[in-house]
Design a protein around this ligand. Structure first.
Ligand SMILES: Nc1nc2c(c(=O)[nH]1)N[C@H]1C(S)=C(S)[C@@H](COP(=O)(O)OP(=O)(O)OC[C@H]3O[C@@H](n4cnc5c(=O)[nH]c(N)nc54)[C@H](O)[C@@H]3O)O[C@H]1N2
Ligand SMILES: Nc1nc2c(c(=O)[nH]1)N[C@H]1C(S)=C(S)[C@@H](COP(=O)(O)OP(=O)(O)OC[C@H]3O[C@@H](n4cnc5c(=O)[nH]c(N)nc54)[C@H](O)[C@@H]3O)O[C@H]1N2
Ligand code: SF4
Ligand SMILES: [Mo]
Length: 707
């Protein structure tokens, strides 16, 4: 790969513009040093983009280490030994595609089209490269996929209250007097939140509040640190609302105009005192009082609600409760005030062509991606009335590592009668178990377009460099398979990436590929009134719902409803409340485990780059020193942890950051980083959470002992 001619001395590298494709709410605008037709240098944040503001994370700044990595997949591989053995024979791309098509046709002939599962997720967020797989799915009537890894619980909780998925301009954080960073480790997971929050502190003396289950990197920078037990944020929010009503700090005039039942809420909250909450969430009542007073008296309070605190079996309730607190303060009326979770509702790009929507049949069988293990081991409920899955194409996701109930996923992926093709950039845990591995291009090597839920821009990511010989784009693979599977002439096929981008942009009146090449992006933040819901919230009557209709017809920007209500919906509360739906600690499992993100990995990505590996060192369990002492554990000792789903070993790090009884494991390490070759997700559960599914990755009971 090193055949690029180096720059002559003194010659400045050309700069190309792009967007970060990774699954991160920030979707940074990038400046990329292009050193040769196939070589990049540094990657920087684009200073001209007002959200990115010139700042990106270290792992993407070092992207040259990833794109020019010696271990990149370069050749199609066909399994030559037993599954997972790691023996391969090289093949031409055509031969590999022919084999996949042959296996898919055979599976379809035997079991019907729903036996094929094109599985995907957001390893790239590019709309053409990520979502094109649906075109093939719909045209071939393969199984539908229910996307439950990430956003369900959060989006459901938010949109059930607000009726829409938008909010105050995240850049307004800089104009806030109090920024509440709730359940997101922004320093690690979306660094730009810190850029704007820190501006508010520097320029206006704003207070930074962080609410998390341990003192993470973000909390280390906070003025007010609230450490809750996992799955108890609604208790904290309810007690804070109690104080606001009690002390006359609730904005009653605003609530009467903009909400459904403030009087009902007030009376419901009467028993939700700070002492009540302390017993549930562990935050001392005095800290809850002080927090309530701070947000109740600071009109410009900006609540930045993350995903992390929704990854609990009661996560939708917790998100709705935190949002309700922001509403009770009346902060939405002020610049720099209100609650923001995601702008995903503002972009409204027409993806019908790229996804081949004309042929979409919601009546075909849905498969819950988090229950991949249950699906592949044939659990009838997860097969959802359809045939066994006997053939898969997997793009942009690494389920053998990232899905809960990993042992089942492994057993399923090892099935002899299952054919799996994985299209990847590296030999991931999933690729290792495949029958065919296809090498994939990286974002700088293909055209795409990106939109960022954490900001408000649509950003172009044109091809800037040539890929090495071998890797092909997702688009190429989908098009070539469609031809071989007899649907290449269906609507949406036969177009280039640029034609798809042109279509999406033109339909929205936003220009086209060429105009974006000049302008780089477009800023779609709605006006102040709309962003702050001053013309009303997203529900038909314009009112915020303190009493959400949890399983009713969702409003605009509906939560993922396609599988219908799931989980213990009968236990969802009428008003915001703590509901003990979580996997509570018990005598056998006295600890609660959260599997929080690490700074240098992004989900299962970047664990291959030397810079990231060196920073994360080894799989580690953060445990409170007093808990460690009780277990006879010293710093650095080997520790074993487990539950009814499995057990594994790592090293302990004594850390007063979490509360007693709570342990933290950061990052999605490759399974091979653990002694037993199994990863952290052998411990997490895949049961669907109420009311519309979603995985509770941070909601796990475990025992812990010295290994
Ligand atoms: N460096 C890095 N960046 C990432 C990722 C990564 O893995 N690494 N992942 C990307 C993806 S896919 C996503 S969706 C986003 C997610 O980004 P975030 O919104 O930040 O969500 P999480 O990473 O799940 O967790 C955030 C925080 O929630 C905390 N938490 C867990 N349970 C609770 C709880 O019950 N209450 C409270 N208050 N806090 C809790 C965790 O300890 C963690 O510090 O980040 C993206 N960016
Ligand atoms: N324990 C625990 N488990 C978790 C989480 C957690 O917090 N704790 N977080 C969950 C969340 S929020 C999410 S979103 C999931 C994410 O988990 P995954 O879906 O696995 O996400 P990534 O690691 O971001 O990306 C997956 C793969 O996409 C590949 N990829 C990137 N770009 C392309 C491309 O253009 N083409 C192809 N073919 N491949 C590409 C990358 O190489 C990478 O291996 O993990 C979930 N799992
Ligand atoms: S902060 Fe997120 S969007 Fe920005 S460069 Fe890093 S991973 Fe990409
Ligand atoms: Mo995610």
């Amino acid at each position: 790969m090193n055949d690029a001619s180096p720059l002559k001395s003194g010659q400045a590298p050309a700069i190309g513009y792009s967007a970060c494709p990774h699954d991160c709410p920030s979707t940074c605008a990038l400046e990329v040093e292009v050193l040769a037709h196939n070589r990049i240098g540094r990657v920087r944040g684009d200073a001209a983009n007002s959200y990115t503001a010139g700042v990106i994370c270290a792992k993407v700044a070092r992207y040259a280490d990833r794109i020019h990595h010696p271990d990149r997949l370069l050749k199609p591989l066909i399994r030559a030994g037993a599954k997972g053995e790691g023996k391969w024979k090289e093949a031409s791309f055509d031969a590999a595609l022919d084999l996949i098509a042959e296996k898919f046709l055979k599976a379809e002939a035997e079991f019907g089209s729903e036996t094929v599962w094109p599985a995907f997720y957001a390893g790239t967020m590019g709309l053409v490269q990520r979502d094109g797989i649906h075109r093939l799915r719909h045209a071939k009537r393969y199984s539908n996929q229910f996307d439950s890894y990430c956003t369900n619980l959060a989006w459901t909780g938010f949109s059930m209250g607000a009726g829409a998925l938008r909010g105050p301009d995240p850049r307004e954080m800089a104009k806030s007097d109090c920024v509440v960073i709730w359940g997101t480790n922004a320093v690690s997971t979306q660094v730009n939140v810190m850029t704007h929050a820190m501006r508010a502190r520097k320029e206006r003396g704003a207070k930074i509040v962080v609410i998390d289950v341990y003192e993470n990197q973000t909390m280390k920078q906070a003025d007010v640190k609230l450490v809750v037990k996992p799955g108890t944020d609604a208790a904290l929010a309810c007690a804070a609302m109690h104080v606001l009503f009690r002390d006359g700090l609730a904005d009653r005039e605003y609530l009467n105009k903009y909400s459904d039942d403030p009087a009902g809420l007030e009376s419901h909250l009467q028993s939700r005192t700070p002492e009540w909450a302390e017993a549930i969430c562990g935050v001392p009542a005095a800290e809850i009082e002080a927090f309530a007073k701070l947000v109740g008296t600071t009109k410009r309070s900006f609540f930045r609600l993350g995903y992390g605190f929704s990854r609990q079996r009661n996560g939708a309730i917790n998100m709705h409760a935190a949002l309700s607190l922001a509403v009770v303060t009346g902060a939405y009326q002020y610049e720099g005030g209100g609650a923001f979770h995601s702008n995903s509702g503002i972009f409204r790009l027409d993806k019908s062509l790229v996804e081949g929507r004309k042929q979409y049949d919601p009546g075909l069988r849905w498969l819950d991606q988090s229950q991949l293990g249950r699906v592949l081991t044939g659990e009838p409920e997860s097969l959802n009335g359809g045939p066994p899955v006997t053939a898969m194409l997997i793009q942009n996701t690494n389920p053998a590592n990232v899905v809960p109930e990993q042992r089942k996923a492994f057993r399923g992926l090892m099935r002899e009668d299952l054919f799996v093709a994985v299209h990847e950039q590296f030999m991931t845990d999933t690729a290792l178990l495949a029958d065919v591995v296809l090498p994939a291009t990286m974002f700088l090597e293909h055209d795409d377009i990106y939109r960022g839920g954490g900001n408000q821009h649509i950003i172009l990511g044109p091809k800037l460099v040539d890929p090495p010989e071998g890797p092909k784009s997702n688009h190429y693979v989908i098009e070539e398979l469609a031809k071989r599977l007899g649907v290449g002439d269906h609507e949406g096929f036969g177009l280039t990436e640029r034609q798809h981008i042109d279509y999406m942009l033109q339909k929205r009146g936003l220009g086209d590929f060429d105009s974006f090449k000049a302008d780089k992006w477009v800023d779609l933040q709605p006006d102040f009134e709309t962003s702050h819901f001053l013309g009303g919230f997203g529900h038909k009557d314009g009112k915020y719902r303190f009493r959400p209709d949890w399983t009713g017809t969702p409003a605009a920007n509906k939560p993922p409803k396609r599988m219908g209500p799931q989980g213990p919906v009968d236990r969802l509360p009428t008003f915001p409340d703590h509901v003990e739906l979580i996997e509570s600690a018990d005598a056998e499992h006295p600890f609660r485990l959260a599997t929080s993100p690490s700074r240098s990995f992004l989900n299962s990505t970047f664990s291959e780059t030397p810079g990231s590996k060196a920073k994360e060192i080894r799989p580690t369990l953060l445990i409170h020193p007093e808990d460690a002492a009780a277990l006879g554990l010293g710093d650095g000792d080997r520790v074993r942890l487990g539950n009814m789903r499995g057990d594994l070993s790592m090293h302990a790090k004594l850390d007063p950051g979490p509360r007693r009884g709570v342990v933290i494991h950061e990052g999605l390490w490759p399974n091979s980083a653990f002694e037993g070759g199994e990863g952290i997700n052998i411990l997490t559960g895949a049961d669907a959470c109420a009311p519309y599914g979603g995985a509770a990755f941070h909601d796990t009971k475990v025992w812990v002992r010295k290994a």
